[in-house]
Design a protein around this ligand. Structure first.
Ligand code: GLA
Length: 726
């Protein structure tokens, strides 16, 4: 008996000493923490913890081993690996052990941790990078893979990151959709097995789904309660998220480039750098997590995230391809009179031999169409300047129509498979950005347009098709599987060069609407065109979903015609304005078709927008009533100092009896401040149900506890309420 006890004691001591010798690497922000453990016995590195930041160092010893930090293929193949390397001798297994780690403050102030792992037999090195942003609770990760062999190896899988969660129960919210129907939020539990979110459309990668997800852990998170992770891959191409729940209800989350037809040959001593994966975690529900990302994006990721954004009038839905200098000059004048700050000339201004009068010709030939615009772009820039506004221009520099001079000259510059018929989509082909000459050309399109027409202040960069027949004339036969990756790298090279020469120009990223929407591109772009659907009713949903990840300042939202060109829906002008003003306001309709009342309403609306846009673009977002579950929907923005706030509410269904009386329990206010309420963007000479509250003052506490109460009756009724602290 005594011997048995001694033996147990000995075992316990042995385990304890082994544990004691394990090294812990702590990666933390103000509220969240990831703890990695270097095992003393075998040098393997595990993720022991990901959750709320821990206080006591002594508690680390109690943590379980957890899952391998970057699971390899070929050793213990129970689960999907993060990395799969075919070594030069054909061996397909990799075993990574700890070499060293470093922690320092990065140039942007984040805590940078890099952990180096190595396969002792093959020399393959993996460096895991984590940048932790304290105040925003955001962690940015990526991985470098170094081929330590003397010959090339094949990378079959190369994740940006692998995370382990142990909440027992998980719910995944995805954002799927289609053209003009982007960003539907749908939530489902994750049960045993794998759920994959991915895309293999290349250029217009996010046509059906953007690279972002919401993960609830433990219980299904609500706006203000529950543990939730918001994740995003910064890659303007094919991505893949794999969520794998095991037999013990642990979740492995792998994010990165989609390895689909993307085996990558890595030369001796070369390094493969993955895209970045960004995530935030909140223990106070979704709303907080969104604000974390918005704050982080404005400060660290989005181009000029601390600056303002211009309102603009775009002629796309006003004229489509059918315009001339006279028509545009009138629109410019109208735009200026209504108070817009910029006129954006859309598609159709170029092409001489093959004029761009519809979408089947001219792409690639970026010389002005002298029939439509005899005095060139310069004249229009001057026309805008004369009217006191700025000028912007549409470009789709990555694309070519077969009916173009460019294609006649360079048929080998397009993405297509040899021995197959070319496959057109919107009558166009994609220029092969794997080819450095094509990169030079695409760069020169943007650079020359801007240089030759000084004064252009804004570019809408479009990309209207996805990849099919994925073949490159530039890449050798054995490197065809590099196409998806090299295209994106080529694209980033072009973006870099454009930005180096034109840092001041605002650029909107568009891809037939929201076909390209990711945080890597936002480094170079000021905003997204998130959907070609400008129906304010649909936009409420699209913007609701998208603002989970992106701040309102990055989401261009335009007032368009009624009936809406995409859906045929008839909505009041006020409603259309009230929806667009909850993001970055613009307009996409022909002012010539507006009545004088509509123009003067628009003028006043724009004037009022200028009084509060700062709060929308730079304030904190609080979602109040979801359009998915309520007939009335509402959200609000609060300035950082809590002095100002603006509430938006929309009624989606008519209520015949009694009206809709849903209470708006405001959020994010200072309970001790007193706020005066004023309704904005009122219709002239119209009585409003807000009259009882108009001009009155209430404490923040009252507005958050008792709420804001006023009825709404008619479908597409809307209100904007301004709160000003006294
Ligand atoms: C895409 C864009 C539109 C418009 C057209 C022009 O569809 O999303 O806004 O610019 O191209 O062809």
């Amino acid at each position: 008996m005594k011997i048995k006890r001694l033996a147990i004691l000995f075992c316990l001591l042995a385990t304890a000493s082994a544990i004691m010798a394990d090294e812990f690497i702590r990666i933390n922000t103000n509220n969240i923490e990831m703890i990695l453990r270097v095992k003393s016995d075998n040098g393997r590195v595990f993720q022991s913890y990901l959750g709320k930041r821990l206080k006591f160092e002594s508690d680390l010893l109690h943590l379980p081993q957890g899952g391998e930090v970057y699971l390899t293929h070929g050793m213990e193949d129970y689960f999907e690996p993060a990395i799969d390397v075919r070594h030069a001798d054909g061996n397909a297994s990799t075993l990574l052990t700890y070499v060293e780690h470093k922690q320092e403050t990065a140039a942007d102030g984040s805590q940078h941790t890099v952990i180096t792992l190595q396969d002792k037999v093959y020399g393959t090195q993996v460096r895991l990078h984590f940048f932790a942003y304290a105040d925003e609770d955001v962690i940015k990760t990526h991985t470098e893979i170094v081929n330590g062999e003397k010959k090339p190896v094949m990378l079959e899988k190369y994740a940006s990151s692998m995370l382990h969660l142990t909440g027992g129960k998980y719910w995944l919210t995805e954002f799927s959709g289609n053209w003009a129907d982007e960003g539907h939020m749908s939530t489902a539990p994750l049960n045993f097995g794998k759920k994959v979110l991915d895309t293999k459309l290349g250029t217009r990668a996010n046509l059906f789904t953007p690279p972002m997800f919401i993960l609830s852990v433990g219980e299904q998170a609500t706006e203000d309660h529950g543990q939730v992770m918001l994740g995003q891959l910064g890659w303007t191409g094919n991505f893949r998220f794999t969520f794998e729940v095991d037999e013990s209800d642990n979740l492995r989350l792998i994010s990165g480039i989609n390895p689909y037809f993307s085996s990558y040959e890595l030369g001796a001593k070369e390094t493969f750098t993955t895209p970045e994966f960004f995530f935030t975690m909140s223990y106070e529900g979704l709303s907080r997590a969104s604000r974390n990302l918005h704050n982080w994006a404005r400060k660290y990721q989005l181009k000029d995230g601390q600056k303002g954004r211009l309102t603009l009038l775009n002629n796309w839905e006003a004229t489509y391809f059918d315009f001339n200098e006279g028509i545009l000059s009138t629109i410019i004048k109208d735009a200026s009179e209504m108070g817009f700050e910029l006129f954006l000339l859309d598609d159709g201004w170029f092409g001489e031999k093959y004029p761009r009068n519809n979408d089947d010709a001219g792409l690639g030939d970026w010389m002005v169409n002298s029939k439509k615009l005899p005095n060139g772009i310069g004249y229009l820039v001057e026309e805008a300047t004369r009217n006191g506004i700025k000028f912007g221009i549409w470009l789709e520099p990555e694309m070519v129509n077969p009916r173009s001079e460019l294609y006649e000259k360079h048929p080998d510059w397009v993405i297509t498979q040899p021995n197959r018929e070319i496959d057109l989509s919107r009558n166009q082909l994609i220029l092969d950005l794997c080819n450095p000459k094509v990169q030079d050309y695409v760069f020169s399109v943007v650079d020359n347009t801007l240089k030759e027409n000084p004064g252009i202040a804004y570019v809408k960069w479009d990309c209207n098709r996805f990849v099919t027949n994925s073949g490159s004339y530039y890449l050798s036969a054995d490197k065809q599987s590099h196409l998806w990756i090299e295209y994106v790298r080529g694209l980033y090279r072009v973006f870099e060069r454009v930005r180096a020469n034109h840092p001041e120009v605002s650029i909107m990223l568009c891809s037939g609407g929201g076909g390209r929407i990711d945080y890597a591109s936002l480094r170079y772009f000021d905003e997204f065109w998130i959907s070609d659907n400008t129906d304010a009713f649909n936009r409420i949903f699209i913007q609701w979903g998208t603002t989970h990840f992106f701040p309102a300042m990055a989401l261009a939202s335009h007032v368009s015609a009624s009936p809406c060109h995409q859906t045929g829906r008839v909505t009041p002008l006020k409603f259309r304005f009230d929806v667009a003003m909850s993001a970055k306001l613009g307009m996409d309709l022909q002012p010539m078709n507006m009545t004088e009342e509509e123009k003067s309403f628009s003028k006043k609306a724009i004037e009022e927008y200028y009084t509060f846009r700062e709060i929308v673009q730079h304030g904190d977002l609080y979602r109040l009533l979801s359009p998915y579950t309520n007939p009335r929907t509402a959200m609000m923005y609060v300035s950082e100092d809590k002095q100002d706030a603006v509430v938006f509410t929309y009624l989606l269904e008519k209520v015949i009896n009694g009206g809709n009386n849903q209470v708006l329990y405001l959020k994010g206010l200072d309970p001790n401040k007193t706020y005066r309420l004023n309704e904005l963007n009122k219709e002239p000479n119209k009585w409003t149900w807000f009259y009882e509250l108009e001009g009155k003052s209430y404490t923040g506490e009252y507005l958050m506890k008792y709420g804001l109460r006023f009825p709404m009756y008619n479908q597409f009724e809307s209100k904007i309420i301004r709160l000003t602290a006294e």
